[in-house]
Write a protein that binds this ligand. Sequence first.
Ligand code: EPU
Length: 305
Amino acid sequence: MTWRTRSSLAWLREQPGVRENEPLASRTSFGIGGPADFFLELARADAIERTIDGCKQRGIPYLLLGAGTNLLIADRGVDGLVVRVVNRDHEIEGTRVRAGAGLKMMRLARIVADANLRGFEFAIGVPGTVGGAVYQDAGCWGKEIREVLLEVEGYLPGKGRQKWSPGVLNLGYRTSALREGALTGALVISATVQLERGDGEAAKQLMAKLTRERNETQPIKTKNCGSVFKNPPGDSAGRLVQAAGLKGAREGAAVVSTVHGNFIVNEGGATAADVRRLIERVMVEVKRRFGLQIEPEVEMVGRWK
Ligand code: EPU
């Protein structure tokens, strides 16, 4: 709590557009979590850069939020400042596409199909933003963003704007140097992907087919955070949860989906504590039954007890 000095609080309150004690639950796909002490949502990256630099200088913790689709926010909320960059611009040059971090992956998938580009159809199954996808090397149907990524433009507080190659980003299954590594706390501004020229109609048909499949195998219409656990090498967390007899397991209003074992559904009014208890219960039970330690993929942030 050391950052809460009178001057730091005064500085935060001076930031144009900042809101205090801002509810976050509705900004997550889970619909769960307490408020941010301070919250700032801006379309312009440069204003956000100045603000996170200021936070860094003053020792104020900050959290960069995308679409909140892989996040479990604690019931007691988030310390310091939560920042959301909502730049949704895009630029197509031949087969290269640069997209703002705030653009949704699903939206970009449709945009590039309209431009007769192929190789991005998998993104129709990725719920979050471009920035969030880079942060955790998101993917679907066995394809991850790293496979098409050329370069990312970002901002490292104290160091300025930078361009990061996939190598520097150190992308791996649901992780990167932004999530755990030399670039933690850095802001993603835009990402450039390399696609291929092709038949946009065929891309759209494939995406429609993949979406139908996803509708049948995942509880799409519910409040959830996507896959809760990473798949252990050579196996599937969903299969393991099912084999452990945990589909339908409940803590409060949080339930292991009966459709897909790697989803937890907020049936309405679930707390972060409910979800966390259920996650821990599943991990213990899978370990007890199969001797396998599964790890959460969902990121837990904020003030946990
Ligand atoms: N399975 C079961 N029971 C279940 C669920 C799955 O037996 O309750 C079996 C399936 O029959 C299949 C295998 O487990 O043989 C794998 O299941 P699925 O094809 O549904 O894929 P997944 O590995 O569970 C991954 C990604 C998803 C992505 C899908 C579709 C991870 C952790 N998850 O799921 O990504 O949508 O493939 O490609 O890698 C996400 O990351 O948030 C996410 C939803």
